[in-house]
Design a binder for this molecule. Sequence first.
Ligand code: GDP
Length: 310
Amino acid sequence: MSLPIRNVAIIAHVDHGKTTLVDALLKQAGTFREGEDVPDCVMDSNDLERERGITILSKNTAVRYKETLINIVDTPGHADFGGEVERVLGMVDGCLLIVDANEGPMPQTRFVLKKALEKGLRPIVLVNKIDRPRADPHAAVDKVLDLFLELGADDDQCDFPYLFASGLEGYAKETLEEEGVDMQPLFNAFLRHVPPPVGDASKSLQLQVTTLDYSEYVGRIVIGKIHNGTIRVGQQAALVTETGEIVKAKISKLMGFEGLKRIDIEEATAGNLVAVAGFANANIGETITCPNEPQALPLIKVDEPTLQMT
Ligand code: GDP
Protein backbone atom coordinates (compact mmCIF):
# COMPACT_ATOMS: atom_id res chain seq x y z
CA MET A 1 0.00 0.00 0.00
CA SER A 2 2.80 2.41 -0.68
CA LEU A 3 1.24 3.89 -3.81
CA PRO A 4 0.85 7.65 -3.96
CA ILE A 5 -2.62 8.56 -2.70
CA ARG A 6 -5.35 11.03 -3.49
CA ASN A 7 -8.38 11.30 -1.19
CA VAL A 8 -11.35 13.01 -2.78
CA ALA A 9 -14.97 13.50 -1.69
CA ILE A 10 -17.84 13.70 -4.11
CA ILE A 11 -20.45 16.31 -3.37
CA ALA A 12 -23.68 16.85 -5.28
CA HIS A 13 -27.37 17.54 -5.05
CA VAL A 14 -29.40 14.32 -5.16
CA ASP A 15 -29.99 13.06 -8.72
CA HIS A 16 -27.23 15.12 -10.27
CA GLY A 17 -25.51 11.87 -11.18
CA LYS A 18 -23.07 10.94 -8.42
CA THR A 19 -23.77 7.20 -8.51
CA THR A 20 -23.70 6.95 -12.29
CA LEU A 21 -20.45 8.87 -12.44
CA VAL A 22 -18.69 6.72 -9.85
CA ASP A 23 -19.84 3.60 -11.72
CA ALA A 24 -18.29 5.05 -14.88
CA LEU A 25 -15.02 5.70 -13.03
CA LEU A 26 -14.98 2.16 -11.66
CA LYS A 27 -15.65 0.67 -15.06
CA GLN A 28 -12.90 2.65 -16.65
CA ALA A 29 -10.42 1.88 -13.89
CA GLY A 30 -10.90 -1.76 -14.76
CA THR A 31 -11.91 -2.81 -11.32
CA PHE A 32 -14.56 -5.01 -12.86
CA ARG A 33 -13.63 -7.95 -14.99
CA GLU A 34 -15.17 -8.35 -18.43
CA GLY A 35 -18.74 -9.45 -18.15
CA GLU A 36 -19.00 -8.75 -14.44
CA ASP A 37 -22.02 -6.63 -13.68
CA VAL A 38 -21.59 -3.39 -11.85
CA PRO A 39 -24.22 -3.41 -9.14
CA ASP A 40 -26.75 -0.64 -9.50
CA CYS A 41 -26.61 2.28 -7.15
CA VAL A 42 -23.49 1.08 -5.46
CA MET A 43 -22.89 4.29 -3.63
CA ASP A 44 -26.22 4.42 -1.91
CA SER A 45 -27.07 0.85 -1.02
CA ASN A 46 -27.77 1.53 2.61
CA ASP A 47 -30.59 -0.91 3.17
CA LEU A 48 -28.68 -3.51 5.11
CA GLU A 49 -27.09 -0.98 7.36
CA ARG A 50 -30.38 0.70 7.95
CA GLU A 51 -31.87 -2.61 8.94
CA ARG A 52 -29.19 -2.97 11.58
CA GLY A 53 -29.64 0.59 12.73
CA ILE A 54 -26.08 1.52 11.89
CA THR A 55 -25.21 4.91 10.59
CA ILE A 56 -23.15 4.24 7.54
CA LEU A 57 -23.73 6.84 4.95
CA SER A 58 -20.42 7.52 3.39
CA LYS A 59 -19.28 4.87 1.00
CA ASN A 60 -15.66 4.42 0.17
CA THR A 61 -14.52 3.41 -3.25
CA ALA A 62 -11.00 3.26 -4.55
CA VAL A 63 -9.56 3.20 -8.03
CA ARG A 64 -6.03 2.96 -9.31
CA TYR A 65 -4.94 5.28 -12.04
CA LYS A 66 -1.41 5.83 -13.27
CA GLU A 67 0.04 4.06 -10.23
CA THR A 68 -1.90 6.26 -7.85
CA LEU A 69 -4.57 5.08 -5.44
CA ILE A 70 -7.56 7.40 -5.62
CA ASN A 71 -9.94 7.01 -2.68
CA ILE A 72 -13.36 8.36 -3.53
CA VAL A 73 -15.68 9.06 -0.63
CA ASP A 74 -19.38 9.74 -0.96
CA THR A 75 -20.80 12.67 0.99
CA PRO A 76 -24.41 12.81 2.14
CA GLY A 77 -26.07 15.89 0.69
CA HIS A 78 -28.73 16.36 3.29
CA ALA A 79 -28.55 18.93 6.06
CA ASP A 80 -29.67 16.27 8.56
CA PHE A 81 -26.23 14.76 8.23
CA GLY A 82 -24.17 17.85 8.87
CA GLY A 83 -21.81 16.05 11.25
CA GLU A 84 -21.29 13.25 8.76
CA VAL A 85 -20.46 15.71 6.00
CA GLU A 86 -17.84 17.38 8.15
CA ARG A 87 -16.23 14.10 9.06
CA VAL A 88 -16.05 12.97 5.46
CA LEU A 89 -14.59 16.28 4.37
CA GLY A 90 -12.03 15.93 7.15
CA MET A 91 -10.66 12.77 5.48
CA VAL A 92 -10.01 14.29 2.07
CA ASP A 93 -7.77 16.87 0.47
CA GLY A 94 -10.02 17.71 -2.44
CA CYS A 95 -13.58 17.36 -3.64
CA LEU A 96 -15.50 16.95 -6.83
CA LEU A 97 -18.62 19.08 -7.06
CA ILE A 98 -21.09 17.54 -9.51
CA VAL A 99 -23.69 19.90 -10.96
CA ASP A 100 -26.42 19.01 -13.41
CA ALA A 101 -25.91 21.02 -16.62
CA ASN A 102 -29.58 21.74 -16.84
CA GLU A 103 -30.55 22.46 -13.26
CA GLY A 104 -27.40 24.21 -12.10
CA PRO A 105 -26.63 24.39 -8.36
CA MET A 106 -29.48 23.29 -6.05
CA PRO A 107 -30.01 23.53 -2.26
CA GLN A 108 -27.89 20.49 -1.41
CA THR A 109 -25.14 21.70 -3.71
CA ARG A 110 -25.07 24.86 -1.67
CA PHE A 111 -25.15 23.13 1.69
CA VAL A 112 -22.26 20.75 1.02
CA LEU A 113 -20.21 23.24 -0.98
CA LYS A 114 -20.36 25.67 1.93
CA LYS A 115 -18.88 23.04 4.23
CA ALA A 116 -16.17 22.16 1.70
CA LEU A 117 -15.17 25.78 1.25
CA GLU A 118 -15.08 26.29 5.02
CA LYS A 119 -12.69 23.34 5.25
CA GLY A 120 -10.41 25.16 2.81
CA LEU A 121 -10.87 22.58 0.05
CA ARG A 122 -10.55 23.72 -3.56
CA PRO A 123 -13.29 21.89 -5.44
CA ILE A 124 -13.07 20.56 -8.97
CA VAL A 125 -16.37 21.33 -10.69
CA LEU A 126 -17.95 18.74 -12.96
CA VAL A 127 -20.88 19.91 -15.06
CA ASN A 128 -22.71 16.66 -15.66
CA LYS A 129 -25.43 15.29 -17.96
CA ILE A 130 -24.26 17.43 -20.86
CA ASP A 131 -25.68 14.83 -23.24
CA ARG A 132 -29.18 16.02 -22.42
CA PRO A 133 -30.79 18.07 -25.18
CA ARG A 134 -31.56 21.14 -23.14
CA ALA A 135 -28.35 21.18 -21.13
CA ASP A 136 -26.68 24.58 -20.81
CA PRO A 137 -23.22 23.73 -19.47
CA HIS A 138 -21.70 27.21 -19.68
CA ALA A 139 -24.63 28.75 -17.83
CA ALA A 140 -24.17 26.09 -15.15
CA VAL A 141 -20.50 27.04 -14.73
CA ASP A 142 -21.50 30.72 -14.36
CA LYS A 143 -24.09 29.84 -11.73
CA VAL A 144 -21.53 27.76 -9.84
CA LEU A 145 -19.12 30.69 -9.81
CA ASP A 146 -21.91 32.96 -8.50
CA LEU A 147 -22.51 30.45 -5.72
CA PHE A 148 -18.81 30.30 -4.84
CA LEU A 149 -18.71 34.09 -4.58
CA GLU A 150 -21.88 34.19 -2.52
CA LEU A 151 -20.49 31.60 -0.11
CA GLY A 152 -17.35 33.67 0.40
CA ALA A 153 -14.90 31.43 -1.46
CA ASP A 154 -11.36 32.79 -1.69
CA ASP A 155 -9.67 33.68 -4.99
CA ASP A 156 -8.01 30.32 -5.35
CA GLN A 157 -11.26 28.45 -4.73
CA CYS A 158 -13.11 30.69 -7.22
CA ASP A 159 -10.51 29.86 -9.84
CA PHE A 160 -11.80 26.30 -9.83
CA PRO A 161 -10.89 23.77 -12.50
CA TYR A 162 -13.98 22.55 -14.32
CA LEU A 163 -14.89 19.73 -16.66
CA PHE A 164 -17.92 18.77 -18.69
CA ALA A 165 -19.22 15.22 -18.48
CA SER A 166 -21.82 12.64 -19.15
CA GLY A 167 -21.56 9.98 -16.49
CA LEU A 168 -24.23 8.05 -18.36
CA GLU A 169 -22.22 7.96 -21.58
CA GLY A 170 -18.95 7.57 -19.69
CA TYR A 171 -16.90 10.58 -20.68
CA ALA A 172 -15.50 13.79 -19.25
CA LYS A 173 -13.80 16.55 -21.23
CA GLU A 174 -12.21 19.92 -20.69
CA THR A 175 -14.01 21.85 -23.39
CA LEU A 176 -17.42 21.39 -24.95
CA GLU A 177 -15.97 21.43 -28.46
CA GLU A 178 -13.83 18.34 -28.08
CA GLU A 179 -15.26 14.90 -28.46
CA GLY A 180 -15.90 13.00 -25.25
CA VAL A 181 -13.91 9.80 -25.20
CA ASP A 182 -13.68 8.44 -21.68
CA MET A 183 -13.15 9.39 -18.05
CA GLN A 184 -9.42 10.04 -18.31
CA PRO A 185 -9.71 13.85 -18.14
CA LEU A 186 -11.40 13.47 -14.76
CA PHE A 187 -8.75 11.05 -13.46
CA ASN A 188 -6.08 13.48 -14.64
CA ALA A 189 -7.86 16.32 -12.85
CA PHE A 190 -7.79 14.30 -9.62
CA LEU A 191 -4.04 13.80 -9.96
CA ARG A 192 -3.40 17.41 -10.87
CA HIS A 193 -5.76 19.28 -8.57
CA VAL A 194 -6.20 17.15 -5.46
CA PRO A 195 -3.12 17.52 -3.24
CA PRO A 196 -1.61 14.34 -1.78
CA PRO A 197 -2.57 13.79 1.86
CA VAL A 198 -0.40 15.31 4.52
CA GLY A 199 0.59 13.14 7.46
CA ASP A 200 3.72 11.67 8.87
CA ALA A 201 4.22 7.92 8.66
CA SER A 202 7.09 8.07 11.13
CA LYS A 203 5.01 9.61 13.92
CA SER A 204 2.94 7.46 16.25
CA LEU A 205 -0.36 6.13 15.01
CA GLN A 206 -3.46 8.33 14.86
CA LEU A 207 -6.51 7.05 13.03
CA GLN A 208 -9.79 8.89 13.35
CA VAL A 209 -13.01 6.90 13.19
CA THR A 210 -15.31 8.37 10.56
CA THR A 211 -17.75 5.60 9.78
CA LEU A 212 -18.96 2.45 11.52
CA ASP A 213 -19.76 -0.84 9.89
CA TYR A 214 -20.44 -4.34 11.06
CA SER A 215 -19.54 -7.83 9.94
CA GLU A 216 -20.91 -11.08 11.29
CA TYR A 217 -17.40 -12.48 11.47
CA VAL A 218 -15.42 -9.74 13.09
CA GLY A 219 -18.07 -7.53 14.67
CA ARG A 220 -17.74 -3.80 14.58
CA ILE A 221 -15.57 -2.37 11.85
CA VAL A 222 -14.42 1.21 11.94
CA ILE A 223 -13.49 3.16 8.86
CA GLY A 224 -11.30 6.18 8.95
CA LYS A 225 -8.21 7.98 7.86
CA ILE A 226 -4.73 7.32 9.19
CA HIS A 227 -3.63 10.87 9.97
CA ASN A 228 -0.20 9.84 11.21
CA GLY A 229 1.87 6.73 11.69
CA THR A 230 1.46 3.16 10.50
CA ILE A 231 -1.11 0.54 11.41
CA ARG A 232 -0.44 -3.21 11.21
CA VAL A 233 -2.74 -6.14 11.55
CA GLY A 234 -2.11 -7.96 14.83
CA GLN A 235 -0.61 -4.98 16.59
CA GLN A 236 -1.72 -3.72 19.97
CA ALA A 237 -3.44 -0.37 19.76
CA ALA A 238 -5.36 1.97 22.01
CA LEU A 239 -8.66 3.70 21.49
CA VAL A 240 -9.10 7.09 23.10
CA THR A 241 -12.83 7.37 23.69
CA GLU A 242 -15.01 10.44 23.66
CA THR A 243 -14.71 10.66 27.44
CA GLY A 244 -10.93 10.31 27.38
CA GLU A 245 -10.89 6.70 28.51
CA ILE A 246 -8.17 4.50 27.01
CA VAL A 247 -9.18 1.07 25.77
CA LYS A 248 -6.46 -1.28 24.57
CA ALA A 249 -7.08 -3.99 21.97
CA LYS A 250 -5.49 -5.86 19.12
CA ILE A 251 -6.09 -4.91 15.50
CA SER A 252 -7.73 -8.17 14.42
CA LYS A 253 -8.36 -7.20 10.81
CA LEU A 254 -7.13 -4.45 8.53
CA MET A 255 -8.62 -3.70 5.14
CA GLY A 256 -8.02 -1.31 2.31
CA PHE A 257 -10.40 -0.39 -0.51
CA GLU A 258 -10.24 -1.58 -4.06
CA GLY A 259 -13.14 -0.79 -6.34
CA LEU A 260 -16.18 -1.54 -4.24
CA LYS A 261 -14.47 -4.27 -2.33
CA ARG A 262 -12.46 -4.33 0.83
CA ILE A 263 -9.25 -6.25 0.68
CA ASP A 264 -7.20 -7.59 3.59
CA ILE A 265 -3.91 -5.81 4.00
CA GLU A 266 -0.99 -6.22 6.38
CA GLU A 267 -0.26 -2.59 7.04
CA ALA A 268 -1.09 0.92 5.92
CA THR A 269 0.51 4.28 6.51
CA ALA A 270 -0.46 7.91 7.01
CA GLY A 271 -2.81 9.30 4.36
CA ASN A 272 -4.63 6.03 3.73
CA LEU A 273 -8.29 5.29 4.38
CA VAL A 274 -8.75 1.91 5.99
CA ALA A 275 -11.28 -0.35 7.70
CA VAL A 276 -10.23 -1.85 11.03
CA ALA A 277 -11.68 -4.49 13.33
CA GLY A 278 -10.72 -5.08 16.95
CA PHE A 279 -12.44 -2.27 18.82
CA ALA A 280 -15.92 -3.51 19.61
CA ASN A 281 -17.07 -0.25 21.15
CA ALA A 282 -15.35 2.39 19.07
CA ASN A 283 -17.47 5.34 18.12
CA ILE A 284 -17.40 8.03 15.50
CA GLY A 285 -14.90 10.79 16.09
CA GLU A 286 -12.69 8.74 18.43
CA THR A 287 -9.01 8.05 17.77
CA ILE A 288 -7.15 4.76 17.45
CA THR A 289 -3.61 5.39 18.49
CA CYS A 290 -0.53 3.71 19.85
CA PRO A 291 -0.82 2.22 23.37
CA ASN A 292 2.44 3.68 24.70
CA GLU A 293 1.74 7.33 24.11
CA PRO A 294 -1.95 7.60 23.26
CA GLN A 295 -2.71 10.90 21.59
CA ALA A 296 -6.23 11.67 20.43
CA LEU A 297 -7.08 13.82 17.46
CA PRO A 298 -9.63 16.54 18.19
CA LEU A 299 -13.09 14.98 18.46
CA ILE A 300 -15.40 15.75 15.59
CA LYS A 301 -18.79 16.86 16.80
CA VAL A 302 -21.55 14.40 16.02
CA ASP A 303 -25.01 15.85 15.67
CA GLU A 304 -26.98 12.87 14.57
CA PRO A 305 -28.68 9.94 16.30
CA THR A 306 -26.32 7.72 18.23
CA LEU A 307 -25.52 4.24 17.13
CA GLN A 308 -27.72 1.42 18.26
CA MET A 309 -26.45 -2.08 18.01
CA THR A 310 -28.50 -5.16 18.65
P1 GDP B 1 -27.33 10.52 -7.66
O1 GDP B 1 -28.60 10.65 -6.88
O2 GDP B 1 -26.57 11.79 -7.66
O3 GDP B 1 -26.49 9.35 -7.26
O4 GDP B 1 -27.76 10.34 -9.20
P2 GDP B 1 -27.82 9.04 -10.12
O5 GDP B 1 -26.47 8.68 -10.60
O6 GDP B 1 -28.63 7.99 -9.43
O7 GDP B 1 -28.61 9.62 -11.36
C1 GDP B 1 -29.91 10.20 -11.24
C2 GDP B 1 -30.63 10.05 -12.57
O8 GDP B 1 -29.95 10.81 -13.59
C3 GDP B 1 -30.69 8.63 -13.10
O9 GDP B 1 -31.93 8.45 -13.74
C4 GDP B 1 -29.54 8.57 -14.08
O10 GDP B 1 -29.75 7.60 -15.11
C5 GDP B 1 -29.56 9.96 -14.65
N1 GDP B 1 -28.21 10.38 -15.09
C6 GDP B 1 -27.06 10.29 -14.37
N2 GDP B 1 -26.02 10.76 -15.09
C7 GDP B 1 -26.53 11.14 -16.29
C8 GDP B 1 -25.93 11.72 -17.46
O11 GDP B 1 -24.73 11.96 -17.56
N3 GDP B 1 -26.79 11.99 -18.49
C9 GDP B 1 -28.12 11.75 -18.44
N4 GDP B 1 -28.88 12.06 -19.49
N5 GDP B 1 -28.71 11.21 -17.33
C10 GDP B 1 -27.93 10.90 -16.29
